[in-house]
Design a protein around this ligand. Structure first.
Ligand code: ADP
Length: 308
């Protein structure tokens, strides 16, 4: 099985003619609300990618949280690892989007901030018996560290999607098997310019030098690139390119989440890293042709149909 540990939010997305300025009310909005959060998106993508997924997360003891749990159950995603935190709201993202696709976002972490290393302890066995563990950075960093260390201690591969980007301690990087930043996150984490191929390789090398097993950078419509260490000190990493599927993108939000979830589903189903990347690429391409976050995540049948 795969274990995904991360955030669950309720996203209220409002499409407006233009973004409000301070004090302004903009009428004529179109509301699109639904489950969000990188953890939830990736867990659902991993589930639809054909893996047996255990999602460890937290919601508040409010109606929003109860609604999210019910929706997960309808989707067939196990909710036994999702904690309902008493006297705490569910995490919420308020998103305004204008006609050109520019957005501004307000976020309250709510229960996500209460997913602590203590909570994780009760899922230790689930983590140590997993085929892969997938993490992002929308929950407390000490929780991410704790899960990664428990998994690595049991020889379970750790995939870290370092989003949203933030400085990461070396102890964390040392136990990550596959780091999956997008281009911007790779630049932010490495503190290097990644606008060129050599720049990207230099950024990847800084992570590999800190003990990361492989670095898989996603490049939007340009696909992805996998960096692996080469034997011999000071060697540039080995590089493998993967082209994205050509599609007409409608909404690229959450492409990385679909990619990460389906990639890990592939790994836990026994695919090679390269095969799992190809499948993730197909799933993410399909997702960007549709609006919405969770609603746009393709099923395994759709992925297979698109491939052939
Ligand atoms: P994020 O959503 O985290 O910014 P990326 O934009 O790098 O991540 O996208 C992740 C993956 O989604 C890419 O590697 C690619 O496979 C797929 N993808 C994203 N945008 C497109 C697109 N316009 N066309 C086809 N595939 C895309």
């Amino acid at each position: 099985h795969a274990v995904v540990v991360g955030s669950t939010n309720w996203d209220t997305c409002m499409h407006l003619p233009h973004l409000p300025v301070p004090g302004e009310t903009v009428a004529g909005g179109r509301l699109q609300a639904g489950i969000g959060g990188k953890g939830a998106n990736q867990a659902v993508a991993c589930h639809r990618g054909g893996a047996d997924v255990h999602f460890i997360s937290a919601v508040g003891d409010d109606q929003t949280g109860a609604g999210i749990l019910a929706e997960f159950q309808t989707m067939g995603l196990a909710v036994s690892g999702i904690k309902t935190v008493p006297a705490c709201p569910t995490g919420v993202a308020c998103i305004f989007i204008d006609a050109r696709g520019e957005n501004c976002i307000g976020l309250t972490a709510g229960a996500n901030a209460r997913l602590t290393p203590q909570t994780i302890e009760q899922y230790r066995e689930l983590i140590t018996s997993a085929g892969v563990v997938l993490l992002q950075l929308e929950i407390p960093l000490e929780t991410v560290m704790s899960v990664a260390q428990i998994a690595a201690g049991a020889g379970v591969p750790v995939v870290l999607n370092p989003a949203p980007a933030r400085a990461l301690p070396d102890e964390l990087l040392a136990v990550v098997d596959i780091l999956t930043p997008n281009r911007g996150e790779a630049a932010a984490l490495a503190g290097l310019y990644t606008g060129s191929e050599p720049g990207l390789a230099a950024a990847a090398k800084t992570f590999l030098d800190k003990g990361v097993g492989r670095v898989l950078v996603t490049l939007g419509a340009d696909g992805a690139v996998l960096f692996q260490p080469k034997a011999g000190a000071g060697q540039a990493p080995a590089t493998q390119r993967f082209a994205a599927r050509a599609v007409t993108a409608v909404d690229t939000t959450g492409a990385g989440d679909v990619f990460n979830g389906v990639f890990c589903a592939g790994l836990v189903r026994g695919l090679s890293c390269e095969q799992a990347i190809e499948e993730a690429m197909v799933a993410a391409a399909l997702a960007v042709t549709r609006e919405g976050a969770i609603a746009s995540i393709p099923t395994r049948e759709e992925i297979l149909a698109f491939r052939t």
